[in-house]
Design a protein around this ligand. Sequence first.
Ligand code: SF4
Ligand code: FES
Length: 232
Amino acid sequence: MKVKLRIKRFNPQKDRKPYWQEFEVEAEKTDRVLDALHQIRWYQDGTLGFRRSCAHGICGSDAMLINGKNRLACKALFADLGDYVTVEPLRGLPVLKDLIVDMEPFFAAYRAVKPYLINNDQPPLKERLQSPEERARFDDTTKCILCAACTTSCPSFWVNRDYLGPAAIVNAHRFIFDSRDQAAEERLDILASRDGVWRCRTIFNCTDACPRGIQVTKAIEEVKRAIMYAKV
Ligand code: SF4
Ligand code: FES
């Protein structure tokens, strides 16, 4: 089948403003948007800018706005999208070129919540043990691949770029509720700040956008409750 891609293009080094460009490619229904982007870059226009690495939904590098919804291009099938597809860069982050956005503000928010295990006790000989129930407490939020689909689908983030955003909260949740970690209070203090969890208006865009099926809004609510009731 022939599919048409309408792509929002912008090269800040030479364009005054973004513009739309259409490309037609031959594709199977089982092909992904990423396959079509490759066709375009390899055979029609080598200047088209987009990121990708694994091409299998693992690395999180090719999140973009496809038919108005944040998705991974490597998981978006034409069978689901039809033969006319719009592709835009993620919203709320500066566009570096075409579909490539500057992820640095996103990763700065991620780093701000200390997304790593903190435990100052002497490490045991083998490993820090934890029960299956304790492990299950944060299982959902371990699945994050840092694609930014959640944060950049959030209207609260669009209007306030200092909001740490859903992805940072998800990655804080992963350690706050880990029985082996000792820095939950520190993280909860960070998330209780002006640009933390209270910016969330429970809009659920983040949950809809997450390609890993993480219950992002639920995780945010659990962090809010932990702040209010000191329940970790
Ligand atoms: S929570 Fe989901 S949407 Fe957000 S960064 Fe992680 S994988 Fe991507
Ligand atoms: S290219 Fe790695 S998730 Fe799509």
